[in-house]
Design a protein around this ligand. Structure first.
Ligand SMILES: [Zn+2]
Length: 250
């Protein structure tokens, strides 16, 4: 199994996960946490990292942060940029800072020819985050990347797929109330499907409410296999091949 998106720097006993999974992508949240992810890539041969600034930390976006991230991104085993995107749910950073940070990371990803990991979360069904995210992607000029933990609307899904992005499903696809996410998962072409945990957040059923772990990706795969009417092993091999393709791992 491959976990295409985990915050391994925040997972206790990461050595257990590294032993159980084929590949883990430790996703950077800000410069300090990206540095912690890079330390994990040195500790475990099958851990790779991304470097970026999460939209909820976008008020940190400054020339100093840019300089730190630009240095980190050149380190070995960095396979992507992010996570970036738009988050209006937590209201933790201004929309202006989120947009500036997102556009800068899209540009960095384009210059370095690395995939960008995109987070998009809305508040109260306003769909504004989805609309803003889709508009930024249409204007960005960079189309290698992942719509991570997909829970967006039809416009964001259609925009992302038309541009060439992969779409990743997380533990929330297992929740009873998540029919919209399962409906979206039917629409993604087989060669663009990914799975992830977003550990330690968003644990799938039967671990909902507990800290999530990369090895729980199995439960997301099981539900997604049902949704796609595929055998578990078949879906696992499809999503693993897609994970290697998007992150350019052999
Ligand atoms: Zn994440």
């Amino acid at each position: 199994m491959i976990d295409t998106h985990c915050h391994l720097d925040a997972v206790p006993n990461p050595e257990i996960s590294a032993a159980e999974l084929e590949i883990l992508i430790a996703i950077g949240f800000n410069p300090e946490r990206a540095r912690n992810c890079l330390a994990l890539t040195q500790q475990f041969p099958n851990v790779f990292a991304t470097v970026g600034l999460h939209p909820t930390d976008a008020n940190m976006f400054s020339s100093e942060t840019v300089a730190l991230l630009e240095a980190l991104v050149l380190k070995p085993k960095v396979v992507g940029i992010g996570e970036s995107g738009m988050d209006y749910y937590w209201d933790a950073a201004t929309p202006e800072n989120q947009i500036a940070s997102f556009e800068w990371q899209l540009d960095l990803a384009r210059q370095l020819e690395k995939p960008i990991v995109i987070h998009c979360r809305d508040k109260d069904n306003s769909r504004k985050a989805f609309a803003d995210c889709a508009a930024i992607l249409r204007n960005a000029g960079w189309t290698q990347g992942i719509l991570h933990c997909f829970a967006g609307d039809a416009e964001l899904l259609e925009t992302g797929l038309a541009l060439g992005f992969y779409v990743s499903f997380a533990g929330n696809i297992t929740y009873k109330t998540a029919q919209k996410i399962r409906d979206a998962a039917v629409l993604v072409p087989e060669n663009r499907l990914l799975v992830e945990t977003d550990a330690p957040y968003l644990a799938p059923i039967p671990f909902r409410g507990k800290p999530n772990r990369p090895e729980y990706v199995q439960h997301t795969l099981e539900v997604l296999a049902g949704v796609r009417q595929l055998e578990y092993a078949e879906l696992e091999s499809i999503t693993s091949a897609n994970a290697r393709a998007v992150y350019k791992l052999s």
